[in-house]
Structures are given as structure tokens and as C-alpha cells.
Design a protein around this ligand. Structure first.
Ligand code: PNS
Length: 168
């Protein structure tokens, strides 16, 4: 049976740190669905469609990954997709508390019918060079006309520049 995992997030925008986690997840699972939030409470710079399109472009030619938008409860989406695990990246201790809370809540929510098995979360560490990287910092640097080339795929760099510094 295919082992399917879901890598959920806002990906506002995708960074090289996300891609690093995705590659690691592909070493463990047969298929990884990159699940991009839409319609959540979090205000995002890019629309759901824009975030999805950037991921599609940045991972074009990668096999075994499926980028999709999702809304609603993650555990319900995971059940529909027949996923056996969630993937989350852990950069530093500061990520841990929020991740533990979400991981335990998702496991709890998926521990009763109609769910069949509790949904576990697999935490992966990115390469050390990405431990200080975040979408929030990347947006700030781009907004202030800094160079984000080392931190994001080309398509994201272009879209950030267009968003913040478009000449109309
Ligand atoms: O990249 P982010 O913003 O840290 O990702 C957070 C995300 C999308 C994983 C989380 O907000 C989420 O799971 N949202 C879907 C709604 C849901 O199921 N909420 C309950 C989580 S315990």
C-alpha cells in the first residue's frame, strides 16, 4: 500500500527550508501532498492560488508530490486523502510548543470515528543552514528591498518583488 503523507502549511511564501523538508519527507513516504491553506483565519500576503502556483512551479518535475489547496479541519482532509501521517518541520526549540500542541490535538481529533487510526505527525529537521529561515523574515526582507535569492526559489523571489515593488 502507498504510504501517503500530508505536508500542511500556509507557505506564504514557500522557502528553501520548506523544499528541504519536502525532500526529506519523500525519502520516507511514497507520496507527499503539500496542503496549502485557504480561507483560514491567518491573513496572508499571497492568495491561496498564488501560493499553490509558486509551489507547483518550484517543484515542477518532482515526482511523488501533489500540491493542493485545502480548507477545513486538517484531520478530515487527511482522512479523505488516506494519509497516514502529517509532516512538519522543526527548526528550533521555539517551534516545539506550538507544534506539540497541534500534533497532540490532531491526534486526539483523529482518535475517534469516523477516523480509523490516530493521525501521527512526523517532525523533520531541516538542514542547519535553514534553521533561521522563515516566510515571515523573507517577506520583511523583500518588502525592504533586501535580497532573498539565497532563501527562496526563483519564482518566489520574482513574485515577492512583483508584489512589493511592482512599477505600475
Ligand atoms: O505554516 P503554518 O501557518 O504554521 O501552518 C499551520 C497549519 C496550516 C498546519 C494549521 O493552521 C492547520 O492545520 N490548519 C487547518 C485547520 C485545522 O485543522 N486546525 C486545527 C489544528 S490542531
Amino acid at each position: 500500500m502507498q504510504k501517503i503523507a500530508i505536508y500542511p502549511g500556509s507557505f506564504d511564501p514557500l522557502t528553501n527550508g520548506h523544499l528541504d523538508i519536502l525532500k526529506r519527507a519523500l525519502n520516507i513516504f511514497d507520496k507527499v501532498i503539500v496542503a496549502v491553506t485557504v480561507g483560514g483565519s491567518k491573513k496572508t500576503l499571497f492568495s491561496g492560488q498564488e501560493r499553490l502556483d509558486m509551489i507547483r512551479t518550484a517543484t515542477a518535475g518532482w515526482k511523488r508530490i501533489v500540491p493542493e489547496n485545502f480548507s477545513g479541519l486538517l484531520v478530515d482532509y487527511a482522512r479523505k486523502k488516506k494519509a497516514i501521517a502529517l509532516i512538519r518541520g522543526l527548526r528550533a526549540v521555539s517551534d516545539f510548543e506550538y507544534e506539540l500542541q497541534m500534533g497532540l490535538m490532531n491526534r486526539r481529533l483523529s482518535s475517534r470515528p469516523p477516523h480509523k487510526n490516530p493521525l501521527e505527525t512526523v517532525y523533520l529537521m531541516p538542514d542547519e543552514k535553514f534553521t533561521y529561515l522563515s516566510s515571515t523574515l523573507v517577506k520583511e526582507i523583500a518588502r525592504l528591498k533586501g535580497n532573498v535569492r539565497d532563501f527562496v526559489p526563483k519564482i518566489v523571489e520574482e513574485k515577492l518583488n512583483a508584489k512589493f515593488h511592482a512599477v505600475i
